[in-house]
Write a protein that binds this ligand. Sequence first.
Ligand code: ISE
Length: 342
Amino acid sequence: MSQQARQAVLGVAVIGTGRMGADHVRRINDVISGARVAAVVDIDADRAKGVAAGIEGCVPCTDPAAAMARPDVDAVLIATPGPAHEAALLTAFGHGLPVLCEKPLTPDPAAALRVLAAEQRLGRRLVQVGFMRRYDADYLRLKSLLAQGAYGRTLMLRHKHRNAATPPGFTDAMTVHDSLVHEIDVTRWLLEEEITAVRVLRPVATGRAPEGLSDPQLVLFETAAGQLADTELFLNCGFGYQVGCEAVCEDGTARIGDDHGVFVNAAGRWGGEITPGFVERFEDAYDRQVQRWVDAARRGEVRGPGVWDGYAAAAVCEAGVRAQATGERVAVELIERPALYR
Ligand code: ISE
């Protein structure tokens, strides 16, 4: 990117216009500053045209490579399903474009390692991975408390991750790759330690879970420093969206994620509303994530969770899926962290 382009509005190609892709197009267009949607890509040409319509100067494409080759494209936001990420990332690397890649970086560690090797060959970081909880105000507060050692050393994390219902076709492996992956990232980020082993326990399934899906599940991570982090993963709880975390430290505990919306007293009762879904719960975090990415890209920098974090998450997911299938404690295998990511 030239110095001139750095100061100008960033032209973004959004690859994939499904639920998250379309939401990011809206965000870049209506919410954040310093960027415009220069191109949208979808294998469904009509869908791409529909999303591009009404956005000044936005070109609809069906081929990611064609969009990335456009002279008005300065950066790429990848929001296709995970298996398509590797090819799009490598194409972006070929053009030297900064990327915001929705999670997962890749579905498996072998593909993540190929991306890691390609980025190392470039010798600089180009990718921010869409682990949006790192931009959520509550998680940021908890991170800062733990980093300051406000309550002494952190011994355990107790996560809860509840969704009202899973979308059709959701599998046991997806409970790890799509949902638990957030606790994997947040655990590594909050504790600044790698996860070394995973165990998964499966109690009797809720009647709300589709046939064959293990729900709820209780997951236990061990870290390199000997801390434990457990997660209640309950993806068909029926009543709404609840994500939270309690850090158990030597001199106290700190908890985030209780709903803090409007509190009502009426008709002899008190109460409030439960957030319906992750788009609403993490709206501000998504906005902040994309704004930070745009700001950094305009300065010619890449910040935030990167390819190493995406690779480490994929390695823990692989262990998690094996732990689910075997009921055993499964050790996580990681390569040594390369200098680019230290
Ligand atoms: C979804 O893909 C997300 O990223 C949400 O944050 C998570 O709560 C949900 O379980 C996933 O399916």
